[in-house]
Design a protein around this ligand. Structure first.
Ligand code: DGY
Length: 381
């Protein structure tokens, strides 16, 4: 099993499932136990490397739940397959750490955990937005350092986002939830960039604008930008909600940062490499009124030189989904994915996964990203 400590839950279970980190809550353990699994959990907080995961897979392993910090590619799927494995779930909605093609080649379904991160992650994007806009980190450090000598008219003046323009890059579930919070809460006009038109979001903002007008208040607007450049030029605050793949790596680079307003804010709760972090550091150094709120970093857990010294950047350690409800929900979905595949159940593949979170769940795997490629049947009522 390698040098890390592991604990075993339900030792008499038939299917051997490895879980590379402790997960919150109990429901996930109950689901795997009810599916007759023996669950082996790595209790170390250290990130496991491939050799350690291969050692944990060993000669016989039926399924695995892995983390976004681990490289689930050909090597690991080959080891899992050779050990008789047939199920994998990432403990994350994002799966840029997974080589889905490799998993598919080895015939291994890959699960993820959508639907439970939406509001939680959007909430952190809001928190970072205002922490950056209102200089919360900088002001708190000043206070803790004993530098506060009394109220001043000019102390830590920040940006008022009320009625300004919000730009979102990626208008999927999380981007839309963030847009709702900012547009409704702060009456911001929305501009979004996404390869797909988001009719629901556009209609929602239009209806909300009409409602405001009916209250004799100025309406809000929503526009789909033709290009990222168009959005960057006009937005007072830009929040990134894309996936990470080769089309989005360094989507925000030095040239694009240069298009933004000098006092704009950029927020990233998606994946670090979507921003060229070295370019962002240089931009923030050069433009002290520009601000950034970051939950994710290009080379996690490392940060590019100069980033931590910047007062105009608010940083948190990839915790946007860290509420108990969400993290327990992610555990439930990951366990449900693995348990369902081991039991030969179909894939659920619907946006609403709430029925998996309490009570009697459907006999289905909530979300399998390569279900179609593997010919896994889709659940029917
Ligand atoms: C995810 O799930 O993709 C987040 O980044 C971590 O919760």
């Amino acid at each position: 099993m390698g040098s890390k400590e592991w604990r075993i839950h339900n030792p008499s279970g038939t299917w051997r499932v490895i879980v590379t980190k402790e997960l919150p809550g109990d429901r996930w353990l109950d689901i795997l136990t009810a599916a007759d699994c023996k669950i082996e959990i790595c209790t170390s907080p250290d990130v496991l490397n491939s050799a350690e995961i291969i050692a944990a897979i060993g000669a016989a392993c039926d399924g695995a739940i892995g983390q976004l910090t681990e490289p689930w590619g050909d090597e690991l799927y080959a080891a899992l397959k050779a050990a008789g494995g047939s199920a994998y779930s990432n403990y994350a909605v994002g799966f840029n750490n997974v080589d889905v093609e490799a998993a598919t080649r080895h015939g291994i379904p890959v699960g993820n955990t959508p639907g439970v991160l939406t509001e939680t992650t959007a909430q952190m994007a809001v928190a970072l937005t205002f922490a950056a806009a209102r200089r919360v980190g900088e002001a708190e450090r000043f206070l803790r350092d004993g530098k506060y000598n009394g109220w001043l008219p000019t102390l830590f003046m920040g940006n008022l986002l009320w009625r300004k323009t919000l730009g979102i890059i990626g208008a999927g579930r999380i981007g839309s939830a963030y847009a709702h919070m900012m547009v409704e809460g702060h009456k911001m006009n929305l501009i979004y960039y996404d390869p797909h038109k988001n009719d629901a979001l556009e209609k929602h903002v239009a209806r909300y604008g009409k409602f405001l007008k009916s209250q004799d208040r100025a309406p809000v607007s929503c526009k789909r930008a033709e290009t990222i450049e168009e959005l960057l030029r006009v937005a007072d605050c830009v929040s990134i909600h894309t996936i990470l793949d080769e089309t989005t790596r360094h989507l925000i680079n030095a040239e694009r940062l240069a298009l933004m307003k000098a006092d704009a804010i950029i927020v990233n709760t998606s994946r670090g490499p979507v921003i060229d972090e070295a370019a962002l550091v240089a931009h923030c150094q050069k433009h002290p009124d520009f601000k950034a709120g970051l939950d994710v970093f290009e080379d996690e857990p490392e940060m590019k030189p100069g980033l931590v010294e910047l007062d105009n950047v608010v940083i948190v350690p990839h915790i946007a989904s860290a509420t108990s409800w969400t993290r327990q929900g992610m555990a439930t979905l990951a366990a449900s994915n693995v348990a369902a595949i081991l039991q030969g159940y179909p894939a659920w593949q619907r946006p609403d996964i709430s029925m998996f979170l309490e009570g009697k769940a459907p006999q289905a795997a909530p979300s399998i990203v390569n279900a179609e490629a593997l010919g896994i049947p889709i659940y029917k009522d």
